[in-house]
Write a new protein. Structure first.
Length: 157
């Protein structure tokens, strides 16, 4: 076995070397195009549309900065507007709830529903029936979504 190993090593020693030349890396890197720094690419003129986008971005940033400065200088006025709008929103929501409740209670189906829900036994039966129906629907959905465990015959038609 050692004799075969020496023969293989001797044969490998006779093969030519494929090591790169000493200047190979320098020649490869000389052909690589290096990108310009980001600030140079950002500021070099390309097209009028690019300048328009930059102007739009700058105006948005300036507008946001002006808004922040104004908000810092007029804090009391801004807070009064916020409180006023929150109060009006709350009043509007409460009015909407009251109108909705008034409309629902005036419906012809409301009185029998209220009478049905006034008995705890009937209400418990309704909730139990709803839970059983929900569980049955979940089981059916699970059966529909579960892939078959064995190949289905005639499924490739």
């Amino acid at each position: 076995m050692a004799h075969l190993d020496r023969a293989v090593l001797a044969a490998l020693a006779t093969l030519p070397s494929y090591a790169p030349a000493p200047q190979f890396a320098d020649r490869v890197l000389a052909r690589v195009e290096r990108p310009k720094p980001a600030i140079v690419r950002l500021l070099e003129p390309r097209s009028p549309a690019a300048w328009g986008r930059r102007a739009l971005a700058a105006s948005i940033v300036v507008g946001l900065g002006a808004s922040v400065v104004w908000s810092l200088l007029n804090r009391e006025l801004l807070l009064s507007w916020i409180h006023l709008s929150a109060a009006e929103t709350g009043r509007s929501l409460w009015l909407g709830v009251r109108v909705l409740v008034a409309n629902v209670t005036e419906q012809p189906w409301y009185a029998p529903l209220r009478e049905f829900a006034s008995s705890p036994g009937r209400l418990a039966a309704l909730v139990s029936g709803s839970l059983v129906t929900y569980a049955a629907a979940l089981v059916a959905l699970r059966r529909l979504l579960t892939p078959p465990s064995r190949p289905v015959p005639n499924a490739t038609w």
